[in-house]
Design a protein around this ligand. Structure first.
Ligand code: ASP
Length: 309
């Protein structure tokens, strides 16, 4: 039985069968993205609201493209330049936009739990596009899609997630998704940037790159300085010296991933980013098809748990 409710707030909303269903659907939508006319009429006449309260390039553009390729009407609101600047609360903004009767609201917020709150304020389906340090489920899905294409399956793959795990919603969603798909996950970073209870998510933790060689996939995270109020690393130079992933630190055959945006020369060296081992471009490309699939499954598919959600 698959588990897919009315909203996508966390990877915990999905069991392995529903992740696979979304990825299979994404494969068929990826074919649409290869056509000259990149549109299918499945959401014609329906409205999608994108509400972004935090900076975004990849996630906002790919959600917008995904909705447009499904023929939906799309309204994109960014906090800057909207009435949020005038002090309107998230609840009032959501209730205002709900007056347009959207089928779905895609929300990014700097606050953990914001997407869950929005789900209680609107009849629309809610998709979490990143809530503070909590989760970023569609990033995890597009990463699994990218790896499944490359490896065939994630079963028994050894994945290392390296960098600022503490501030990363991507780390949390990806640990859940990778392990659910059969991979083993090790997180690695300075002790100050590894949350104390991270193993509870089903991964191992280490503070050195000594055993990096065992990884099939090295997934690098950005140092999220905008979320750091204290000093978590002595200096960027020292961080780079100990944890930067360079071509010299990768063994041949290892795959390299990063959710973007990359701080070139901090967590990743320029040559590693541009190397043939990097899947960073493929991750971005996967974003559109995977988000089309998420919108489709929530709005058109038959959610088995819809009644309970
Ligand atoms: N783009 C990802 C996110 O929104 C990762 C990052 O910002 O470092 O969480």
């Amino acid at each position: 039985m698959t588990k897919l409710g009315r909203h996508l707030l966390s990877i915990d909303d999905l069991d392995r069968a529903s992740i696979e269903r979304i990825l299979d659907r994404a494969e068929s939508f990826d074919e649409v993205s290869g056509r000259e006319i990149k549109k299918v009429p499945v959401l014609r006449g329906r409205t999608i609201v994108n509400l972004f309260y935090e900076s975004s390039t990849r996630t906002s553009s790919s959600f917008e493209l995904a909705a447009k390729r499904l023929s939906a009407d799309v309204v994109s609101v960014r906090s800057q330049g909207s009435s949020v600047d005038k002090g309107e609360s998230l609840k009032d903004t959501v209730q205002t936009l709900s007056a347009y009767d959207p089928a779905a609201i895609v929300i990014r917020s700097p606050h953990a739990g914001a997407a869950g709150l929005v789900a209680g304020w609107t009849p629309a389906a809610v998709i979490n596009a990143g809530d503070g340090k909590h989760e970023h489920p569609t990033q995890a899905l597009l990463d699994v899609f990218t790896l499944r294409r490359r490896l065939g399956s994630l079963d028994d793959a050894c994945i290392w997630i390296v960098g600022d795990v503490l501030h990363s919603r991507v780390a949390r969603s990806n640990i859940l998704a990778f392990t659910r798909m059969g991979a083993t996950v090790t997180v690695c970073g300075p002790p100050t940037l590894i949350p104390r209870d991270i193993e509870a998510l089903g991964c191992e933790a280490t503070t050195t790159l000594d055993c990096l060689e065992e990884a099939d996939v090295v997934y690098v995270l950005r140092l999220q300085q905008e979320r750091m109020r204290d000093s978590f690393v002595p200096s960027l130079r020292e961080y780079a010296a100990r944890y930067q992933i360079t071509s010299a630190r990768l063994r041949p055959g290892q795959l390299l991933m990063h959710p973007g945006p990359v701080n070139r020369g901090v967590e990743l060296s320029g040559e590693a980013i541009d190397s043939a081992q990097a899947l960073i471009g493929a991750q971005v490309r996967a974003g559109v098809a995977v988000r089309m699939a998420v919108l489709y499954e929530l709005l058109v598919g038959v959610p088995i748990l819809a009644a309970a959600a």
